[in-house]
Design a protein around this ligand. Sequence first.
Ligand code: SF4
Length: 219
Amino acid sequence: MISKKRALAMIDIIANMFPDAECELKHNNAFELTIAVLLSAQCTDNLVNRVTQSLFKKYKTPEDYLGVSDEELQNDIRSIGLYRNKAKNIKKLCRSLIDQFDGQIPQTHQELESLAGVGHKTANVVMSVAFGEPSLAVDTHVERVSKRLGINRWKDNVRQVEDRLCAIIPRERWTKSHHQLIFFGRYHCLAKKPKCEMCPLLEDCREGQKRYKTSLKEE
Ligand code: SF4
């Protein structure tokens, strides 16, 4: 693994590339954000936004979701992967909100993670984006980027990636860095075709060097 100092210098370069990075899931409040993040598991934000555009017009409260049949809700989110399971979790989540939290999204990690379909990453996103608590959620992009750059080892699990990034990045930058690392992974260091040839981190990136040298040999 590279040193913390070197890792932070790389993260600073990424921050300069995407200074305005922010949550791309469209929402108007913490409830809608929670539903959107739940729907986004193994699915692109673009597709979730297309679905929630009409979903959030039809369903405004937990009661609205509980007022329709399972089949109707499934139908409304059918274009999203794992829609049956996600519809089931949305209904369970809404039931818990009404029974335990006065119909509101709770504002602690522990309470959030007690909700159906809400894991550690989703709770981190909701706490940071909806409630302004510094948090560094690790999704597939953050994990890939961190490992490619040598900030983490390939064998590290998601929690180890989060811990290492939080140890390197100042707390007040966690939320912004989360979005910047996602943008970097989504638009530059792509899973299948990273843009190594035009990457400002190429010189320091072992993965990039490997890929770049291979591509030169193939030319
Ligand atoms: Fe990603 Fe390539 Fe840049 Fe490394 S050099 S960070 S693999 S785009």
